[in-house]
Design a protein. Structure first.
Length: 358
């Protein structure tokens, strides 16, 4: 049976830091799939990415849990999909039973490592399909959280490789380091700032831009000032996809110093833009970055290792070009949005075929 109508359940839609959900939904719409979006809460942020506005995705969104069941009775989806194994999955399981249709879920990062539900394994067992974004996630879900491996699939996020693509550019005299990350504790941005201070102290001339905002901004601004980096590191704040693309097209190196990750979209955007990256070897990052080929992975909480890797790349212009070409090849081969949605639709069609087989 072919997927024609699907309902998504999320905590907040649209959420500025969750472009991967909006991109997935927009790609399904381009393929003719009808979509209903159930959002537990309304967004606080007023800024919208183009993928949301250009595809009128908010017009497809129902807000408030009490409205979900009557809304779906009218929409009549074939399947419900929850993003995150927290409250959205709990609701998906209930609505699945109430409507007599299958449900699936995608588990990401915080819902696996930092805030897994007490009945995580039961949620995975009751789902008709479970998706996660990295092999590291899958291993942890099975070995630590007790999720069954039988209906678990690994499908990394995808990015639009035609949107995020390199352009011919002459590298500026001051190389540009770019980090697209929320200003939250698990992104571990103090390590990035300390690495920048080390690079400056070594006499390297460069600029750094952090694309994102969050609760830790004031503390990070204070640390930036104390390290004397105000003229070197720019905090860009919330950044639209058009602006993110522009930053990646000018970047020399991408950075990510997180304590935990699932499969970071920001690194996919960098790779797709032919930008080599330096990132901590957490979660699915080692599945994306092959050290010495398309970037370098480094230990957690090690500013010296970050600085060493960045300096090694920038000291060799040919390495920047070679790693950039390899980065682009990685994105095209493994992290395209088209490939991701192809894989998701295949799983959903299998669920429908199994559920409704005569």
């Amino acid at each position: 049976m072919k997927l024609k109508r699907i309902a998504y359940i999320v905590n907040v839609f649209p959420k500025f830091s969750e472009t991967f959900i909006a991109n997935e939904i927009a790609e399904l719409r381009r393929r003719g799939v009808e979509i209903a979006i159930l959002s537990r809460r309304r967004p606080v942020e007023s800024l919208r990415h183009n993928v949301v506005t250009d595809n009128a995705l908010e017009d497809l969104t129902c807000y408030g849990e009490s409205s979900f069941l009557p809304y779906l009775k009218k929409f009549r989806p074939q399947l419900i999909h929850a993003h995150f194994a927290t409250q959205p999955t709990e609701l998906a399981r209930w609505l699945s039973t109430a409507l007599g249709i299958p449900y699936s879920l995608t588990a990401h990062c915080y819902d696996i490592y930092r805030r897994p539900a007490a009945d995580f394994a039961d949620r995975c067992r009751s789902a008709n399909a479970v998706v996660t974004v990295s092999a590291a996630n899958a291993q942890y879900m099975v070995e630590t959280l007790g999720a069954p491996a039988s209906n678990l699939s690994i499908i990394p996020y995808g990015v639009d490789t035609e949107w995020f693509k390199p352009r011919l550019r002459s590298h500026p005299k001051a190389p540009l380091l770019v980090c697209a990350a929320r200003m939250q504790a698990h992104k571990n941005l103090p390590v990035l700032l300390r690495a920048c201070a080390l690079l400056r102290d070594r006499g390297l001339w460069f600029r750094c831009a952090v694309l994102g905002d969050g609760d830790d901004r004031a503390a990070l601004e204070a640390l930036r000032a104390s390290l004397g980096l105000d003229e070197i590191v720019r905090f860009q704040g919330l950044t639209s996809q058009q602006e993110v693309r522009a930053w990646w097209r000018e970047a020399s190196v991408g950075l990510l110093t997180s304590l935990a990750e699932g499969m970071p979209v920001s690194l996919m955007e960098a790779l797709s833009s032919a930008v080599p990256v330096v990132a901590t070897a957490v979660g699915g990052v080692p599945e994306m970055i092959q050290s010495g080929v398309n970037g370098f992975t480094v230990p957690v909480n090690n500013p010296e290792a970050v600085a060493d890797a960045v300096a090694k790349i920038l000291a060799n212009p040919q390495m920047v070009i070679r790693m950039g070409e390899a980065a682009r090849e990685t994105a095209l081969g493994r992290f395209s949005l088209s490939h991701q949605v192809d894989s998701m639709v295949e799983i959903w069609n299998q669920v429908l075929d199994s559920r409704y087989a005569a």
